[in-house]
Design a protein around this ligand. Sequence first.
Ligand SMILES: *Cc1c(COP(=O)(O)O)cnc(C)c1O
Length: 431
Amino acid sequence: MDKGRESLTDVRSKELFEAAKRHIPGGVNSPVRAFGSVGRTPRFIASAKGDRITDVDGNEMIDYVCSWGPGILGHAHPRVIEKVKEACGYGLTYGAPTEKEVCLAKLISELVPSMEVNRLVSSGTEAVMSAIRTARGYTKRDKIIKFKGCYHGHWDGLLVKAGSAALTTSVPDSAGVPADYTKHTLVALYNNKESVEKLFHENPKDIAAVIVEPVAANMGVVLPEPGFLGFLREITREYGALLIFDEVITGFRLALGGAQEYFGILPDLTTLGKIVGGGMPIGAYGGRREIMRMVSPDGPVYQAGTLSGNPIATTAGIETLLILKEDPLIYKRLEKKAERIAEAAREAAGGKACVNQIGSLLSVFFTEREVKDYEGAVSSDTARYAEYFGYLLERGIYTAPAQFEAMFLSDAHTDEDIEKTCRAIRQYFTS
Ligand SMILES: *Cc1c(COP(=O)(O)O)cnc(C)c1O
């Protein structure tokens, strides 16, 4: 056993995983949780507090998954928990309007002013599919452009990445998706203006919208090159298409006003998820009044939800956004922590890995290339990533169990835990 290694057992996790596999596909309710790409047994989590999660075998780990982003304040923030408990006393859901929905809608449009009018749904996937339907209803066009390597949830029409031979033939990425459902989805390359221009030249009057993660965070973290988002803003305007920023990860994370505030580029429609629910299921989509007027019951674009805007989730969302809003230094602190980890990894890796970081998001790619696009991201040696992941996990550091995901920082990460993490990363690269 090498020095500094903490021996963690996972007996109970293994038992539960076996039991889970009998009744749940792959034993999990979302595929990445199965630890498949790192070849390990997933840890079953029993509780979480601050920057730590504890599994069913009693292992306490420093958590850099943060539930894939919602946990920006850390786990079980006392103010959020207290408000949620209080809200539960008034009933869980009514299927009728509440004052809290007005409060959250106002808060969203105050913090993200381009979302003048917004609608709550229950997940990021729902927000995205509804925003696209709205864009199509508004422009009366069918086609959309998405980028290879950008993830927008599991809606049929977006489960596409182009075959490498022909960027314009969109092959579904999943079984069960009819090719007819993706035939209006065109695929461009992230950070590649020409690929977008080409699609607009070929389909000048047919493109309803371009949807993009303003910072790609689902192929690992890939930053937009200077001018790329501005270019998307201009070309969509020129052709009468809408620009949709999928800010499900970046919203309230890069800045209080999301990536659109951070980069100063305003989209026509925005989708939110993750942080906006403060750890409970909420998604939201919104934009200018004239566009959102299309949505039912104001307009002809149908969209509905039994639990949309339910009072418990809304309470968690409001309280989380209020805490972020009250603390003007939080984003600086988050960025500093991520920078410390990024610098430690960069120094220790010495050119053998590429570390991308922006705000409180970062990724370590095991490639000597600079990762600026999908091709760069997939050049990473995923077997090395699996080894790195395992090394950290055995030292009580819980990072994303897959290469093409981000590492998330929260305000609850302590200096001590960041230092412990930096030390383990240095040891990994130098051992
Ligand atoms: C997580 C994610 C989604 C999907 O959100 P769910 O709540 O998982 O449905 C959509 N877009 C982006 C950019 C995401 O990261």
